[in-house]
Design a protein around this ligand. Structure first.
Ligand code: DGL
Length: 262
């Protein structure tokens, strides 16, 4: 048993969609969350810039006593998870667009991936396609703008709908029946996304799978907590009040947010 915390981070509020799954799967674990909202979006940054931020945040979370890290961001995983695993011997769980389950689920043989430019351009994503796409056609769609709206707590606006229609139209024309939410911000706009899609299009995200993977790693390393969990601690490198305001919607609870000191 190990009652130290699990450190989770993202470029902003997106990782809260993963944090919710972790809370549900592992209710006895204490959680630390860093939103790098002062540097969002990661999707348009260079891999080196993302690695630098990821290293600094990982160092901070380990300094806070984290026993394991979850990179709750597809873009940061693509750029930095290998680097973090070289630096720390802790369990480090990353996230990737769910190409394998989508390739198994599609009936039309055409799968769409909504993700950031950074994720879609990464060597890690190319390797994922090589391994799991098989005979399925995978069509990628970078989605600049979505993350910025979601960061502002804007989940259902008219301009969000317009952007979603623009991004999904080419995928539908190509015959996609399965869409991968390849960015941890996107589960928060699932209802709006579903409303611009035909009812037979399936959306797939990876939050729950990541929580299960974390659980298996903790059990395998005899590192699970006995509980009870402490209240989740939050930090933001942007405006802590902005994160505090969206927590009741995105995390289903209030929380205190501190300013990330770097
Ligand atoms: N939430 C992030 C992801 O899963 C990235 C969003 C961004 O900062 O561009 O890719």
């Amino acid at each position: 048993m190990n009652n130290a915390s699990i450190g989770v981070f993202d470029s902003g509020v997106g990782g809260l969609s993963v944090l919710r799954e972790i809370r549900q799967a592992l209710p006895d674990e204490s959680l630390l969350y860093v939103a790098d909202s002062g540097h969002v979006p990661y999707g348009e940054k260079s891999p080196e810039q993302i690695r630098e931020r990821s290293r600094a945040i990982a160092r901070f979370l380990v300094g806070q006593g984290a026993k394991a890290l979850v990179v709750a961001c597809n873009t940061a995983t693509a750029a930095a998870v290998a680097d973090l695993r070289e630096l720390y011997a802790l369990p480090i769980i990353g996230m990737e667009p769910a190409v394998k389950p989508a390739a198994q689920a599609t009936r039309s043989g055409v799968v769409g991936v909504l993700a950031t430019t950074g994720t879609l351009q990464s060597a890690r994503f190319a390797a994922l396609l090589d391994r799991f796409a098989g005979s399925v056609t995978v069509i990628t769609q970078p989605c600049p703008g979505l993350v910025e709206y979601i960061e502002q707590g804007e989940l259902e606006s008219a301009r969000m709908r317009t952007l979603l229609q623009r991004y999904t139209e080419p995928l539908l024309i190509a015959g996609c029946d399965t869409l991968i939410l390849g960015c941890t911000h996107y589960p928060f706009i699932r209802p709006m996304l579903q409303s611009v899609l035909p009812p037979d299009v399936t959306l797939i995200d990876t939050g729950a799978a990541v929580a299960r993977q974390l659980q298996q790693r903790l059990i395998g390393s005899a590192m699970t907590a006995a509980g009870p969990a402490q209240a989740c601690r939050f930090w933001s490198s942007g405006d802590p009040q902005a994160l505090r305001r969206v927590l009741p919607v995105l995390w289903n609870a209030q929380g205190e947010v501190e300013l990330l000191p770097f």
